[in-house]
Design a protein around this ligand. Sequence first.
Ligand code: ES4
Ligand code: ZN
Length: 326
Amino acid sequence: TDLDTFITGLPKAELHLHIEGSLEPELMFALAKRNAVTIPYASIEDIRAAYAFGNLQDFLDIYYAGADVLRTARDFHDLAAAYFDRAAADGVLHAEIMFDPQTHTARGVAFETVIEGLLSGMAEAEAKHGITSSLIMSFLRHLSEDDAFATLAEAGPWLDRIAAVGLDSSEVGHPPEKFARVFAAAAAKGLKLVAHAGEEGPPAYVWEALDVLHVDRIDHGNRALEDEALVARLVAEGMTLTVCPLSNLKLCVVPEIAAHPIDRMLALGLKATINSDDPAYFGGYVGDNYRAIAGGKGLDRAALATLARNSFTGSFLPAETIAAHL
Ligand code: ES4
Ligand code: ZN
């Protein structure tokens, strides 16, 4: 349709994407075979049938299990290449992709294997599609501060290839404050900072991400809307929120897309963006997320264009590159 064409044609950046969450069942099956890894599924349909989640933890358990098929640099290359093919088809010009090194190093896969595979997929995508990208190294918040520090140390040889650090995994019970010192150390190394906050966790975690971690972006941020003073703070700072509508639906953060607060976020003056989070698990890539909110919320073209524009102004691209995209 016309609207589909409009959405695909909107120049956009993707700012909230877990590369491990772009592992499609077909590739999971193929990599299990290639690496002789046993997975608890008999077929691709079986994998898809397992993707019914009651909350974030239900999803995370399945997501970490799925990542077990990723073993070699070629696997990480293929994973990234498949994502960029989908992103390019959706009109994504730039992507800042998260990876979870601890998910792999804990299984005996070397940090170097993970990052070199991803970097090679990113280089190929730039040559093939002209899509630019950078890496956000995310710490798993259910693991310790020491473990995060060890991961930051392992990243040392590749720091010039990493744009930012992030914070993901089980939110409730693992407040941002737990990682205050690691984030300070990352900032001292010149890295940008992002953190998941207010997805399932309370507004207090969003305050902490701002005041204790000093983040440059908030991933999700939905529950900030419960706190008027917090909304005022986010608006005053022009803080970008990386919102993920289909993720919110699949993880029961919202009961239906019609109830998603994206329109309220825009009306309040928040710098919201649209992202896919874990597209292989949540039923769609970034274009599907734009289409879902266009249909489910009746957002007009001007609102969709604002969201796409926010994805560049909220990116970590140099100012002159951002200006060239607007
Ligand atoms: C995630 Cl949706 C979400 N929330 C927290 N951590 C994550 N890791 C991958 N997807
Ligand atoms: Zn996420």
